[in-house]
Design a protein around this ligand. Structure first.
Ligand code: AMP
Ligand code: MG
Length: 315
């Protein structure tokens, strides 16, 4: 059994290794990562892998909640139409809804702009025992805010906080914040869904052609697409500066939806395997209390009823 788990963990680690951004490495997305890579996996096998991942996630999540020591945060970033929503739907399809929280971050509200830029993200962190997902995240603060500097103007910062070097400083602040969270029991893994420009074009067209998908399309999306190169550059810089030993980035190929889902599932399962949460052990005193309660309930059995119908299920 233990051997089986060790094997599984090793397999998961090997599968995700090519996607991990080595801390300190200088990333150029277009050169270093292929959006259509599928690690030699066939779609049919990929779907089976995802099913296995979903089942494992559900098991681990129950233990994570029972142990109530670690919280897990999955950060999802990507360009429009890369499949963040669908990935969340599929990967989390087997877990207990009470154990997960998903937050989507939009343009900041007036109240949010009246606080420091990490404030709204800090408020939505998962609790211990929970898996939290950020659908977009604090990384927008070095992505859309960088590509469209008018966002920075709206953040009401003192002049000293907007000077040259603001992005380097934000990378450092984000790394420090994530390190603080990790040191205190919150594991953070970050996934960038890597979509090609051509695949984005066809996905946008699909949204335009299928009436049920029209709502997903916004004219802002094509305008953002015109800034493709600026975004690729901002993503590359983000990956180069914020992949750390304590909170690494994974760049998951996203041109095939099924593969992206397998990849994200594997990253999440692997982290949970590393945490290896356990159901709390019952102490001697607690066992005594349980035995007393059992005797009391058995004594209350009505005439003819089995004192304990589950007696035979006991180990
Ligand atoms: P969607 O994910 O399609 O619902 O869009 C959310 C929008 O909110 C995107 O256009 C993001 O660029 C924008 N957004 C998210 N976070 C921020 C932020 N911190 N500052 C400015 N815009 C943001
Ligand atoms: Mg959108």
């Amino acid at each position: 059994m233990a051997d089986d788990m060790r094997q599984r963990r090793k397999r998961a680690a090997e599968f995700i290794e090519p996607f991990r951004v080595k801390p300190g490495s200088k990333v150029r997305l277009g050169r270093d990562f292929d959006p259509s890579f599928k690690a030699g996996v066939k779609k049919r096998d990929g779907v089976a892998l995802l099913d296995e991942g979903v089942r494992l996630l559900s098991e681990y999540q129950a233990r994570l909640a029972a142990q109530d020591t670690w919280g897990v945060l999955l950060v999802l970033q990507a360009i429009d139409a890369a499949g963040k929503d669908g990935t969340i739907r599929h990967v989390m399809s087997g877990v207990n809804p009470q154990g997960v929280s998903v937050h989507s971050f939009k343009v900041p509200s007036a109240e949010e702009l009246d606080h420091d830029y990490l404030w709204r993200y800090a408020q939505r962190l998962p609790a211990r025992g929970q898996i939290g997902i950020f659908n977009r995240s604090h990384y927008e603060e070095v992505l859309v805010v960088r590509v469209h500097p008018e966002n920075l103007e709206r953040e009401k910062l003192p002049r000293s906080a907007k000077r040259a070097g603001v992005w380097k400083r934000r990378y450092r602040e984000i790394n420090d914040w994530e390190r603080y969270l990790t040191d205190n029991g919150f594991r953070i893994m970050k996934v960038f869904l890597n979509l090609s420009k051509e695949e984005q074009r066809t996905r946008f067209l699909r949204r335009l052609d299928l009436p049920d998908h029209n709502w997903k399309f916004s004219t802002a999306d094509v305008r953002e697409r015109e800034r493709w190169n600026d975004y690729q550059k901002a993503f590359s810089e983000m990956l180069s500066h914020t992949s750390t030993d304590w909170a690494p980035w994974y760049v998951i190929p996203a041109d095939r939806k099924w593969f992206a889902r397998v990849g994200v599932g594997a990253v999440l399962v692997h982290t949970l395997m590393e945490i290896d949460p356990r159901f709390p052990a019952v102490t001697k005193e607690q066992r005594e209390t349980l035995r007393e309660a059992k005797e009391m309930l058995e004594a209350q059995a009505p005439k003819g009823a089995a004192p304990d119908p589950f007696e035979h299920e006991q180990r």
